[in-house]
Every structure is written in C-alpha cells, then in structure tokens.
Write a protein that binds this ligand. Structure first.
Ligand SMILES: O=C(O)CCC(=O)C(=O)O
Ligand SMILES: [Mn+2]
Length: 279
C-alpha cells in the first residue's frame, strides 16, 4: 500500500505507467478502482491510496469498485458469500458423496429467480398414497423435464412439463458449476417453516442409479439433514438463498435426507432438484 501524499504526482504517474502500482483506493469509502472511473473522481486526493495488485487491495480490506472493476467486483462478492467453501469436500463420512457449493447466484439474481418461480410456476399440492389412503401435501410441487416424461413416486404417477427459459438458465448454471448433466427438475414450494419433507431417499427406479442430484435453494434459509440408514449418524447444514448442494454416488442407497419443519421461518422457500431420469 502506498499513500498518495508520500509520493509527488509526477512520481505517481510514472509508477502507474511502469505498472508497479495499479489501483487507487479511497481511504474513507474503502473502495478501490482504476483512476479513470467516473466514481473515482469523487475520491479526495488526500484520501487516495495505491495498491500493487487486486489481492493486495482486498487483503487490506478494500472492495473493488462496481463500475470500473466490474469483473473483480463480482468475483469479490461471490468470494465474500462463499468464504472458505471447499466444493470438493465430501460432507458424508462414508457410503456416498455430498458436496456443498455455497451461493452460486448473486443475491440480486437469486431474488429475481425466486420472484419469477413464485409468480409463474403452476404450483400444485403434491399427492401421495400411503397405506391405500390418498393424501395431499401442504407444500406444492412442479416437475419439469426435456420431454413430458411420466414419473412415479409415493405411488402416484405424474407427467412432466417442458422447461421454461428461466429454468433452462438455472439448469445451465447448475450444470456448468457441477460438470453434471440433468434432464429433469422437481420443484418444491414450502410456504413457511410449518412445511417440510420427511426422511426419505430419492431412489425411485425412474432415476438414474447413483446419478447426481443437484439441489438449488431459493428463499428462506432452512436446515437440511442426512441420516445413515444403518448407523443412524446424522449430518446437517443450513441451505441459504441461492445455494447449491449435490448428492451423488451411493448417497441415496445408504442415506436418508429431510427438510425438518421449524416454527421460526415465516417466509417461503423454493427448492429445485435437478435429476437425471432414465429414458
Ligand atoms: O427441499 C429440499 O431441500 C429437498 C427436496 C427433496 O429432498 C426432494 O424433492 O426429494
Ligand atoms: Mn429428496
């Protein structure tokens, strides 16, 4: 870090031209950027600080200007939300693989997709047949796919609706992040914390065995838990707005998962599980 006042203007200009100092920070606003940014003009000369690199500026606690440092700004924002998240770490101790990717959408994009999904998906109560009795769930669902596939779970057969443009965007983001391919998506809408999903595994015969299931969460942050079918060991984590979790390998064979109800959550949550159906 080099303070502006310590160096004469001519020296500064020469240093910038030589590339030995690059970015200007505003001491008062804790922002840094290029000197040419229109916002930069608001920096008082006596508040200016120069850095040798983006990393140095960020390590000093400055944030990139959203105007002239757009790419660095978006990276900084995502890193901030995903502080220390290792996407390759397996959350399960054995018998399966679960990876947590943290927030994969900026807060603004996550808000936009949540608003779209709440307003535009033809949500319907889910149906289940348990001991021959017909039930409707409080939570609502929708199922999308490449083709109007039929899909059976909880002893009820449903027919998929073909992707909307927005769901295809989300599918592309999730595929790019995970390196997996998906041909369908089950959407769940939990109106508030009273609604959840009981212990189960996604082991239906229509699903590709040991295929990846990518779970994207939007809206209210909720707890999500895994329980080993034999050892009963449980692992849980919070799933915030815009976050992605992937279950793969033998996870569905050996582990159950659930979304426990909670009295403290008053806002809706939408969850999208991208899946690979056998066709
Ligand atoms: O809402 C969730 O996070 C999980 C949903 C789920 O497990 C399912 O749809 O099978
Ligand atoms: Mn599930």
């Amino acid at each position: 870090m080099i303070t502006h006042l310590a160096n004469p203007d001519r020296q500064l200009a020469a240093d910038i031209r030589a590339g030995s100092i690059t970015f200007a920070g505003n001491k008062r606003m804790k922002i840094f950027g290029t000197l040419r940014c229109a916002q930069g003009k608001r920096m008082k000369r006596e508040n200016r600080i120069f850095f040798q690199s983006i990393d140095e500026a960020i390590n000093e606690g400055y944030r990139p200007c959203g105007h002239c440092m757009n790419v660095a700004y978006h990276k900084w924002k995502m890193d901030l939300f995903n502080n220390n998240i290792d996407e390759t770490r397996n959350l399960l101790p054995q018998d399966g693989t679960v990876n947590y990717y943290g927030n994969i959408l900026s807060p603004k994009a996550a808000d936009r997709y949540l608003d779209y999904l709440l307003a535009s998906i033809p949500w319907q109560h889910d149906e289940a047949v348990i001991f021959g009795k017909h039930y409707l769930t409080k939570r609502k669902v929708a199922w999308y796919a490449d083709m109007p596939y039929e899909y059976t779970y909880s002893k009820v057969t449903k027919r998929a609706v073909v992707w909307t443009a927005e769901l295809l965007e989300l599918k592309a983001i999730v595929e790019q992040k995970t390196g997996e391919r998906f041909n369908s998506c089950l959407l769940n809408l939990y109106h508030d914390g009273n609604e959840g999903m009981a212990w189960h595994s996604d082991g239906e015969k229509d699903l590709m065995k040991d295929g990846a299931i990518a779970s994207l969460s939007l809206g209210a942050e909720r707890k999500f838990a895994f329980r080993h079918k034999q050892t009963k060991e449980t692992i849980s984590l919070m799933l915030p707005h815009g976050s992605l979790l992937v279950m793969k390998d033998t996870t569905q064979t050996h582990w159950l998962h659930r979304l426990p109800p909670t009295t403290t959550v008053k806002r809706p949550r939408v969850n999208l599980t991208f899946r690979m159906m056998l066709r």
